[in-house]
Design a protein around this ligand. Structure first.
Ligand code: NDP
Length: 301
């Protein structure tokens, strides 16, 4: 089996390089042009013609799209490019997957919802994004679904990886220097590890390959829920318990309204994962176990 992975160096893409390798040959690309045994390939999602050509050259059995325009605030002003990368490039992948009878694996977000209420969102809930990033991700989902290709779209939330920047690392950096931190307490979700996303992708894909009727949208996040404020407290408490010396004395809860950003954020990022767990017979670990593992990994302990 041949798998084309796009966005190989993002948080999720990096973990997918490892996890997908047990399923078959992985042709992994970032946005650069590379020479390969197949010829010249280009994984730049902003260049739709080159992307289409690359898929045709590789002719994969599975396309896994881990690339996306993820700068949520910047997307508000960078509208055309974020739409091209998150929506139009997904459409190109879907059209080519259909022509090849290949599977398309794609990642989306709880930001397709408006964040109202406090009930976890199910896949059939009405969508209504509150920012442009969410609108581009929704458009991408809809284009894939409309194409008729076999697809798994995983909507997830609050993704972190041990590699690169993440919320926990930022909190620890600030906690080393500052006595008081102010962290948003009215947005609730589940921090979800890129490694968990990659591992579930492999298991789900394995089942889907023999079961085309399970094509569809699935919510995928770690179990449990937490606010950014309680998440920050958890990270700081754990780090202290490991002997780290931190200057922070107070972690102050603040409302979203007190921290204006160019893009609005939904308050309710809870995702109901029942459909995924039932369809693929999977257990999703609680968010604390993955975060603890990541903290141990970045501390080198
Ligand atoms: P990252 O921002 O870590 O990775 C995104 C990757 O996309 C980067 O490697 C980036 O490359 C690449 N990329 C951006 N523009 C292009 C382009 N024009 N052509 C090719 N590659 C490009 O994101 P995550 O791994 O966290 O996200 C994976 C998926 O999960 C995305 O679909 C995202 O929308 C979704 N998601 C993420 C959440 C989060 O909290 N991060 C929450 C919910 C959903 P480069 O480094 O060169 O810019």
């Amino acid at each position: 089996m041949k798998i084309l992975l796009l966005g190989k160096n993002g948080q999720v893409g990096w973990e997918l390089q490892r996890a997908l390798s047990v399923l078959g040959e992985v042709v992994a690309l970032d946005r650069n042009v590379v020479d390969s045994p197949y010829g010249q390939l280009c994984g730049d999602l902003a260049d739709l013609d080159a992307l289409r050509q690359t898929i045709r050259i590789v002719s994969p059995d599975v396309i896994v799209n881990a690339a996306a325009y993820t700068a949520v605030d910047k997307a508000e002003t960078d509208r055309e490019l974020s739409h091209r990368i998150n929506a139009l490039a997904s459409q190109v992948m879907a059209e080519e997957a259909l022509a090849l009878n290949a599977w398309l694996i794609h990642y989306s977000t709880d930001y397709v919802f408006d964040g109202s209420g406090n009930r976890p969102w199910v896949e059939t809930d009405a969508v209504s994004p509150v920012n442009h990033y969410g609108a581009t991700k929704l458009a991408g989902e809809q284009m894939i679904q409309a194409s008729g290709c076999k697809h798994l779209i995983f909507r997830t939330s609050w993704v972190y990886g041990a590699r690169g920047n993440n919320f926990a690392k930022t909190m620890l950096r600030l906690a080393r220097d500052r006595q008081t931190l102010s962290v948003i307490s009215d947005q609730v979700g589940a921090p979800t590890g890129a490694d968990l996303l990659a591992d579930v992708t492999v298991l789900a894909l394995q089942k889907a390959l023999n079961c085309p009727q399970i094509s569809g949208v699935y919510h995928l996040a770690a179990a449990g829920e937490v606010s950014w404020h309680a998440y920050a407290r958890h990270v700081i408490d754990f780090s202290r318990s490991q002997g780290d010396v931190l200057a922070v004395e107070t972690v102050e809860p603040i409302d979203t309204a007190a921290y204006p950003t160019p893009a609005r954020r939904p308050l309710n990022s809870r995702l109901d994962t029942q459909k995924l767990r039932d369809t693929f017979s999977l257990h999703l670990p609680d968010w604390q176990s993955g975060v603890t593992r990541m903290l141990m990994e970045i501390s080198g302990k």
